[in-house]
Design a protein around this ligand. Structure first.
Ligand SMILES: Cc1ncc(COP(=O)(O)O)c(C=O)c1O
Length: 415
């Protein structure tokens, strides 16, 4: 067996792979440049000055998703916050949410003085298990926020049915899931509201930015107000209807977004094709499982999570990640390492002075967060290693990546 690079052997990937952090892994070109130049020449950088790029981006995004409302925002977190504000829930209402996600899913719940209640995951997809969502229902539950992790859809049929039957709002966090499908429905259009992030690492990017989509007229109107200081901007007199932040997208971001949207389908197709190739390249590596794509799913591979039967290896996950790094392969052992409910924001909680608000104080009920809440999520993160993914990988890149993975995993496999 070839010597591992971490032990002084040759690197499996002795060059830089394309990465989303810079131009090597992105598709930026003349289309973006031309539109950004138009904005700069117009001198209208704020959407309110009438340049029209934000409005056009919203219309084109709405058309791509076949929905009647799209509201551009400044980030994925801002999108989810605007969506949650739009629901207009009383403080202390409970929101059932996923435990494996970015903190950007949870912050909006807390900002609106609501209580996150975590449902456990289906370990095959890392997404909330519909049965666990149902178990978390109480008389305080008012909404569910699902997250389509890494680009694989949640099992939306039973979740949507559950929410409909109990009059719960359903928000889809699609920040990692552009053009992901559950059966023949595109994620973001199945629940009441879909939220997207255009942060640098996402399938399409405007550097930072976000979008909220919905087919519900009332929620669409309220979301627009929720991202714009509650300001209707259509009356004779200035007014602010309710408490809301200013989460505007700029004309420059929208110019980039319009061009990126035109490339989205081909980016997703290439990511899927590369993932299929990788699946067959590593199918015989012992102790690891490439990402699952269920028969009802169209996975769009934001990243490439690999499930590792960690007890079959002689070293821990961080050591495996270090060995991969030495081979020239970037990875994250355990993604967020622990479920999002184990972070200080929830366990301490330290935001509103010493009040403990909103976790304690809003309702009289006690909520505690910490290890043990969602055992499947905790185990799944312990057994997960995540690779960056790219539409720009060539067959050579995939061959080198897979031989580096095979080299490292075979070396430490003890059966
Ligand atoms: C699932 C998920 N939700 C929310 C967010 C927040 O998006 P942003 O970083 O654009 O605020 C992210 C982004 O990292 C994410 O991956």
């Amino acid at each position: 067996m070839e010597e591992l690079a971490i032990n002084g052997g040759p690197k499996a990937v002795p060059y830089d792979l394309p990465v989303v952090e810079n131009a090597s892994g992105r598709f930026f070109g003349d289309e973006e440049l031309a539109l950004v130049t138009e904005v700069m020449k117009s001198g209208q950088l704020n959407y309110l000055s009438g340049g029209g790029k934000v409005a056009r981006f919203e219309q084109e995004f709405a058309a791509a998703y076949g929905v009647s409302h799209a509201v551009a925002t400044s980030s994925g977190t801002a999108s989810i916050h605007a969506a949650v504000i739009a629901l207009d829930l009383d403080p202390g209402s409970e929101v059932i949410v996923a435990p494996i996600t970015d903190m950007g899913t949870i912050i909006p719940i807390l900002m609106q003085q609501l209580i996150p209640v975590f449902a456990d995951v289906d370990p095959s997809t890392y997404n909330v298990d519909p049965a666990s969502v149902a178990e978390k229902l109480t008389d305080r539950t008012k909404a569910v926020i699902v997250v389509h992790m890494f680009g694989h859809p949640c099992e939306m049929g039973p979740i949507a049915e559950f929410c409909r039957a109990r009059d719960l709002y359903l928000i889809e966090d699609c920040c990692q899931a552009f053009l992901t499908k559950y059966r023949d429905q595109t994620c973001g259009t199945i629940g009441d509201i879909g939220c997207f992030s255009f942060q640098q690492s996402k399938h399409m990017t405007t550097g930072d930015g976000g979008m909220v989509i919905t087919n519900n007229d009332a929620l669409g109107k309220r979301t627009r107000l929720a991202a714009d200081k509650g300001w209707p901007r259509d009356g004779e007199f200035r007014d602010h209807l309710f408490l809301a932040p200013a989460y505007h997208m700029t004309e420059i971001q929208a110019a980039v977004g319009i061009a990126q949207l035109g490339k989205l389908q081909s980016i997703v197709d290439a990511r899927r094709a590369n993932a299929d190739k990788m699946r067959s390249l590593i199918s015989r590596v012992p102790g690891v499982r490439p990402p699952v794509e269920h028969s009802w799913a169209t996975h769009t591979y934001w990243k490439y999570p690999i499930a590792v039967d960690i007890d079959s290896f002689s070293v821990g996950m961080q050591h495996i990640a270090d060995a991969l790094k030495a081979e020239g392969i970037q990875s994250w052992a355990g993604y967020t390492k622990v479920p999002i409910y184990q972070y200080d924001i929830l366990t301490v909680p330290r935001t509103f002075g010493k009040s403990g608000w909103p976790i304690s104080g809003t309702t009289g009920r006690t909520y505690t967060y910490g290890p043990g809440l969602c055992p499947n999520a905790e185990r799944a993160l312990r057994e997960m290693i995540v690779l960056p993914w790219s539409e720009r990988y060539t067959d050579q890149h995939l061959a080198d990546l897979s031989s580096g993975l095979a080299k490292v995993f075979r070396h430490y496999y003890k059966g």
